[in-house]
Design a protein around this ligand. Structure first.
Ligand code: UFG
Length: 348
């Protein structure tokens, strides 16, 4: 008997799919809606291969209020929502801001509007360290100031947080956990699920694994003249399975009524900053595979350095990241190789 049904919006996406796996492992019954705008239906096979469960899935766009309502009517036992469905490319958001405002804001509003109607009281929301901009003091705590957003994507995350604060203020029986992710990387150790970027990757790790695999000629390191020890930017790279597990803990907390306020916010990172050049070195060391790279100009809009103070999540959620950077990088490489094998079978 499952512990409860959890609606996972964006459940075929990168972080959503890993969370689905961890929810099954924890005894929940996750059910997925996704419009496959940035994911692939084959992810469901990966989830089945890992967990043995065929997950309930429907192709629904969260912007479509009526479809969402019909879906919820069919599943009255949902006890909580983990809302991952959103567009997440910084560059794309600059080129097409309305797409981002519509996708990210309307989806959240629709879900919130339907929660009271269906007696759903708990929601975990995917926020981002992007809300801090370039912090004046490192590491950043949840109390660090929210800086003006540097992209429409960042704006949507800030606006969604505001919407959730206002909504919980007006609806005291709705409970929210906002999770501010730092940079999620890696894949499930089985290699059955991982990050599936569309086209040329924007993010560092998929670019590294594709370069190591020979799909890309070389990696461009965006800037080596930053005010950091080796001149390249610093981020807090968090293992995606560790991140997924944090969602299970947050959902447990809400479902068991252990939350102290009806809206809480937690940073999810490792607490350590790692530079781009350090990531390349660590990848080569962990996998034995070379990553050809060149130093390129700075990427507009990049933050120089950011990493998390994770003490609140450690204390309140009893959560901390466990996987080493080396194992995480190895998992990303394992996933890339498996993907190649699958593609060659399909294409050949
Ligand atoms: N980088 C390179 N070369 C590449 C890609 C990235 O040098 O080809 C560098 C970037 O300049 C940056 C670091 O690698 O210093 C990480 O870049 P990512 O694009 O992987 O990640 P970002 O930190 O830019 O963005 C991530 C998420 C966003 C989120 C943001 C918050 O992708 O969704 O963190 O800061 F908003």
């Amino acid at each position: 008997m499952a512990k409860g049904k959890i609606l996972i919006t964006g459940g075929t996406g990168y972080i959503g799919s890993h969370t689905v796996v961890e929810l099954f492992n924890a005894g929940y019954e996750p059910i997925i809606i996704d419009n496959l705008s940035n994911s692939n239906i084959s992810v469901l096979d990966g989830i089945k291969a890992i967990t043995g469960h065929s997950v309930i899935y429907e192709n629904i766009d969260c912007k479509d209020y009526n479809s969402l309502e019909r879906f919820l009517e069919k599943h009255p036992e949902i006890v909580a929502i983990a809302h991952f469905a959103a567009s997440k490319s910084v560059g794309e958001s600059v080129e097409n801001p309305l797409l981002y405002y519509r996708n990210n804001i309307v989806s959240l509003i629709n879900l919130l509007q339907l929660m009271p109607k269906f007696g759903i009281k708990n929601i975990v929301f995917s926020s981002s360290c992007t809300v801090y901009g370039q912090p004046d003091v490192l590491p950043v705590t949840e109390k660090s100031p929210i800086k003006p957003a540097t992209s429409p994507y960042g704006s949507t995350k800030q606006m969604c947080e505001t919407i959730l604060y206002d909504f919980t203020h007006a609806n005291k029986d709705i409970n929210v956990v906002l999770l501010r992710y730092f940079n999620p990387i890696g894949a499930h150790p089985s290699g059955e699920i991982g990050e599936l970027p569309n086209g040329i990757p924007n993010n560092l790790l998929p670019y590294i694994t594709q370069t190591a695999a020979g799909i890309r000629k070389e990696l461009s390191v965006f800037g080596n003249d930053y005010d950091t020890p080796d001149g390249s930017c610093i981020r807090d790279y968090i293992n995606v399975v560790d991140l997924a597990k944090a969602h299970v803990v947050a959902l447990n907390r809400l479902i068991d009524g252990k939350n102290e306020k009806n809206i809480e916010v937690f940073n999810l990172g490792t607490g350590s900053g790692v530079s781009v050049l350090e990531i390349i070195n660590a990848f080569e060391k962990a996998t034995g595979v070379k990553v050809p790279y060149k130093i390129a100009p700075r990427r507009p809009g990049d933050i120089e350095k950011v990493w998390a103070d994770t003490s609140l999540a450690n204390k309140e959620l009893g959560w901390s990241s466990k996987e080493t950077l080396e194992d995480t990088l190895r998992s990303a490489w394992n996933w890339q190789k498996k993907l190649e094998e699958k593609n060659s079978v399909t294409n050949g």
